[in-house]
Design a protein around this ligand. Structure first.
Ligand SMILES: Nc1nc2c(c(=O)[nH]1)N[C@H]1C(S)=C(S)[C@@H](COP(=O)(O)O)O[C@H]1N2
Ligand SMILES: [Mo]
Length: 522
């Protein structure tokens, strides 16, 4: 028991010390535990990452952290148990864990100072293990043992020794907890909330047209037309939200340009802001899935900023780089096609971006999936060729033409819910369809594999947003199935064939297939 506690508490001390030092350094990413998690994410092959996203949804990161914590807890107990006789295996194992932490921090953190965190971790882990191991050893000579005859003195001293161990391990555990909390508190010194609060009201020079109340049927179960910012889907590779203050943010425009630029957040904030209503979609969204949301984005036209720098003729790809080093690439000609609609955004719904959605600035390109267009925590736009391989391209999700495809047409039934029981009488089916860039021409509904019937479309807002639909029919009691399919303004019909997201090769490039729901009429 003492051996297990020794291993467990020593590893906790190591993690706590690392977290505290990361807080002192103001580099959350230097915390060895988080760095190992981020390094693991970087190494996860795209299909597995995709599986994680579709299984755990946005909880994939807590799931990873909990998994790591459980693994470490078990490993630490084993480390303690195998060190009952000698401290050497435990010390060696802690040194190995420390080295893994240091390697991960070196990889994940651009600054060499960050290495102080895993070093602190290592020292704390070794010291705590050594200290507790000595106290937990019934056969080790403690200073109080003196040279009294073993047999006579063993009985009265045992409880004392055990108490010494328990007090020692409780003390170390409390220290580890305090260090962890301290690290978290210290990190708050980068006060992104205050920075965001200080941005002040964002008023567009060119507001988006108001959303008609007839554009959605939330009373029937469709989403509201504009997604409340806090409910906007979130997808990124980050375990912790990158903390970049507006006052520290500078956008560099580099690469194949005549005049490289450095534009501060304040300069952008003081440009005439335009507002665009755009529906964003993640390539990992399964048919019927939740990774699609709509916002009034506020910012300045992206292409105008790039043209200001003078794009050179060899450029084919616009690489967005994020504060944490993440990169993505947008084909320049696709960006040009979208024209003034693509934004360097600083706001959503008239407020500064939420930290999770890229505060202080990000890009948004209507019609393209997020992973090839929507860099959050943006720090640089580099005009490049396809020789540059962004994060996901390097990991097999093809970003080169024809790899970059426009967002695929899709429709989703939001009501009735899957397996919902509905009172006898009329059934109203309502849902959402999108084909950003092309617009929705019609949505058809079919009950129980019967004839397709056109649904009523809600008022269209613009071709870059989703469009709601509804249809009411009397249905007999029993189990029913309802299927939807949409057609875009070019006449392209949402295909029936379901392409799995997890396929070998340069896919996924977005899910296809019809959405169907089973429900029950009483
Ligand atoms: N810096 C950064 N930007 C990123 C990502 C990321 O992992 N890091 N993920 C992209 C993906 S895959 C999507 S779908 C969108 C999601 O943006 P949201 O979280 O604001 O909805 O952000 C994109 N921008
Ligand atoms: Mo995505």
């Amino acid at each position: 028991m003492a051996a297990a506690i020794t291993g467990f508490v020593a590893v906790a001390a190591a993690l706590g010390a690392g977290h505290l030092m990361a807080g002192i350094l103001l580099q959350p990413g230097a915390s060895p535990f988080l760095a190992v998690g981020n390094a693991a994410i970087d190494r996860t092959p795209a299909p597995i990452k995709d599986f994680a996203i579709s299984t755990f949804g946005t909880a994939d990161k807590p799931a990873l952290l909990i998994g790591m914590a459980v693994f470490l807890a078990l490993a630490s107990v084993v480390i303690g148990l195998v060190s009952r006789r000698s401290a050497v295996p435990g010390l060696a194992a802690i040194a190995v864990l420390g080295a893994i932490g240091a390697l991960a921090v070196r990889e994940q953190s651009p600054q060499s100072l960050a290495l102080l965190a895993p070093v602190a971790s290592l020292i704390a882990g070794l010291a705590a293990f050594w200290f507790l191991h000595r106290r937990g050893q019934p056969t080790t000579d403690l200073p109080t043992t003196g040279d009294a005859p073993a047999d006579a003195d063993e009985r009265p001293r045992r409880p004392l020794r055990r108490r010494g161990f328990l007090v020692g391990s409780a003390g170390v555990a409390a220290g580890a907890a305090a260090a962890t909390v301290g690290g978290a508190v210290l990190e708050r010194r980068v006060d992104v909330a205050a920075s965001r609060g200080a941005v002040g009201p964002l008023v567009p020079a060119v507001p988006a047209p108001p959303i008609p109340s007839t554009a959605a049927f939330p009373e029937l179960g469709t989403p509201t037309f504009i997604t409340p910012s806090k409910d906007f889907y979130r997808i990124d590779i980050n375990l912790t939200v990158p903390q970049l203050r507006a006052e520290d943010a500078v956008l560099k425009i580099t690469g194949l340009v005549d005049e490289p630029q450095e534009i501060t957040f304040d300069e952008i904030r003081n440009m005439p802001l335009v507002e665009k209503t755009i529906t964003m979609t993640c390539v990992s969204n399964e048919v019927g899935g939740p990774y699609v949301s709509t916002s009034n984005f506020l910012g300045v036209p992206l292409i105008g900023l790039l043209d200001r720098a003078g794009i050179q003729s060899g450029a084919t790809q616009v690489v967005g780089r994020s504060f944490d080093g993440f990169t993505l690439g947008t084909p320049l000609d696709m960006l040009r096609d979208v024209g003034e609609e693509a934004l360097l955004a600083i706001g959503m719904n008239r407020e500064p971006l939420l930290p999770e959605h890229g505060f202080p600035m990000r890009t948004v390109v209507p019609g393209l999936y997020g992973y090839v267009s929507a860099t959050k925590w943006l720090t640089e736009l580099r005009l490049a060729t396809y020789d540059f391989k962004p994060y996901w391209v390097e990991r097999q999700w093809d970003g080169e033409p024809p790899g970059v495809v426009p967002i695929k047409i899709s429709s989703r039934i939001d009501a009735p819910g899957s397996f919902q029981r509905i009172p006898r009488g009329e059934v109203t089916v309502a849902g959402t369809a999108w084909a950003q860039g092309r617009g929705i021409e019609k949505v058809e509904i079919r009950f129980d594999d019967g004839e397709w019937e056109p649904a009523e479309l809600a008022t269209e807002v613009n071709r870059n947003t989703w469009q709601m639909f509804r249809l009411t029919r009397p249905l007999e009691s029993g189990t029913h199935k309802v299927t939807s399919r949409a057609t875009d303004r070019t006449g392209f019909v949402q295909p029936q064939e379901r392409l799995p997201l997890i396929t070998p090769g340069p896919t996924p490039d977005g899910s296809t297939g019809w959405h169907a729901i089973d429900f029950f009429v009483e």
